[in-house]
Design a protein around this ligand. Structure first.
Ligand code: SAH
Ligand code: F3S
Length: 441
């Protein structure tokens, strides 16, 4: 049988990365495909896209423009576009780039192998951006370890409809995977040597997975069940939402040491006026109260966040409130963005009068403050002993290994390759902003 080369490019969040790895596994199962690292010698080009900000969306059409040239040289080439941009734009993609052959959605990626066969036979646009609930997971095959940490999707979609965000439209409503499927997948990975699990979803704390006996497993219970799995010694999750961050989840920090002392909890703004316009449905006081309780449950917890600057109506005072809030919570390593107007969202109808220069100034000031705080958090680690999950040999020095601390810092240190895949204790001896150097303890 003639094998075909596939090249896949992925943009976006961890959910998109997860989806792409599912696509690779599904297509590899059909023995006729090989994955290649170069687009130039591929027969099938797949773009798994992100539309969270305008820049990400525009990148898609630039990339397609480049691939068009490859198709001009070889008209047999098949181009598939999937993910959030594809779900949102649908046929519009074909109108703007009529050399595209396949448009698949975030929930229909499992149909891609059939769509490819159809195009091979008929050479006609194949499009499916429907939302069959959780169907894609039925096609996911036995999970295979890629490293010592693994991402596991536990839920899809989002019901929150924040006024600026496209996710509810591109990924559909919240739906949780059955609890037993999640645990089964993790146990298989644990047997293969995976030691750290990252539970994925847009709002993992809204997880409500059905169980085999007709009950519902909530997020706090799921974490405890994952912690019971032999071999899994560190648990993370991303992303959670201040809404539904209930006391039972905070209690898990108290009694489950395997849950990392690091939490990414997006706040977006430190101004209640802006939070209200964003339809975030919580106040900064609610957020503060969660953090207070978390610190009681886990005194050494570190918190990172997401921020949007320049949201329509954000005044200098609102911005200053965000800056004070960042100091007040003492956030570590956060992600921050200039507000991007997304067509179809309620915020796109709001008047956005702030000029881009001012938005950039605010972003610069905010990122500067966060960087200082990241550095201060890192400095506090000087001389401390950290538990590191050893991930591999350092690229820069083959005598050195690297791994991550609970608070997501990369640490390099001298050690034996036998330690890869194990937790070791390392004393921190040198501090850089985003990485550290240490010595085995
Ligand atoms: N579930 C997460 C958000 C996921 S989207 C939550 O509860 O907040 C990831 C991040 O992208 C968001 O936290 C937000 O900071 C950013 N983002 C989303 N839409 C955006 C937009 N229109 N403009 C700028 N940033 C945006
Ligand atoms: Fe987006 Fe808000 Fe959901 S930011 S992903 S709509 S919680």
């Amino acid at each position: 049988m003639h094998t075909k080369n596939i090249y896949i490019k992925t943009w976006g969040c961890q959910m998109n990365e997860y989806d792409s790895s599912m696509i690779v596994t599904l297509l590899q199962k059909k023995n006729k495909y090989l994955f290649t690292k170069s687009a130039e010698n591929a027969d099938i080009l797949i773009l798994n896209t992100c539309s969270i900000r305008e820049k990400a969306q525009e990148k898609v059409f630039h990339q397609l423009g480049r691939w068009k040239k490859l198709k001009n040289n070889n008209p047999q080439v098949i181009i598939a576009v999937g993910g959030c941009v594809a779900t949102q734009e649908g046929k519009e993609i074909f109108k703007r780039a009529n050399y595209v052959d396949i448009i698949f959605g975030t929930q229909t990626l499992h149909r891609l192998p059939n769509m490819i066969s159809e195009v091979e036979k008929k050479r006609k646009l194949s499009i499916d951006i429907s939302f069959p609930k959780l169907e894609k997971f039925k096609y996911s095959l036995e999970p295979k370890k890629k490293g010592y940490t693994a991402d596991i999707s536990i839920m899809e979609g989002c019901n929150k409809y924040c006024s600026f965000c496209v996710v509810p439209y591109t990924r559909g409503n919240e739906i949780s995977r059955p609890c037993d499927d999640v645990l089964f997948e993790i146990s298989i990975l644990a047997k293969q040597g995976v030691r750290e699990i990252n539970l994925l979803g847009q709002n993992v704390n809204a997880y409500q997975g059905p169980t085999f006996n007709g009950k519902i497993c909530y997020f706090s219970e799921l974490i405890r069940l994952v912690a019971e799995i032999d071999g899994i010694d560190r648990i993370r999750f991303t992303t959670s939402n201040p809404l539904e961050f209930t006391d039972d989840i905070i209690e898990v920090y108290q009694d489950t040491p395997k849950l990392a002392s690091f939490l990414h909890l997006p706040v977006q703004s430190g101004s209640n006026k802006i939070l209200n316009l964003m339809k975030r449905s919580y106040t900064i006081e609610d957020y503060q109260s969660i953090v207070k309780k978390l610190i009681i449950a886990r005194p050494n917890i570190q918190i990172s966040s997401d921020f949007i600057v320049g949201f329509p109506g954000e005044s200098e005072i609102d911005f200053q409130q965000t800056m004070s809030f960042i100091k007040n919570i003492n956030f570590d390593m956060s992600f921050s963005f200039i507000y991007s107007n997304r067509p179809g969202t309620p915020a796109s109808q709001m008047e956005d009068y702030l000029d881009i220069k001012e938005k950039k100034r605010r972003l610069y000031l905010l990122q500067n403050l966060i960087n200082i705080q990241t550095m201060l958090w890192s400095r506090k680690m000087f001389g401390s002993v950290q538990s590191i999950l050893v991930e591999g040999v350092s690229d820069k020095n083959i005598m050195h290994l690297y791994g991550r601390t609970e608070n997501n810092r990369i640490v390099t240190f001298e050690g034996s390759p036998k330690m890869i895949g194990e937790f070791v204790d390392v004393k921190i001896e040198k501090i850089h902003t985003h990485s550290l150097k240490g010595k085995l303890f």
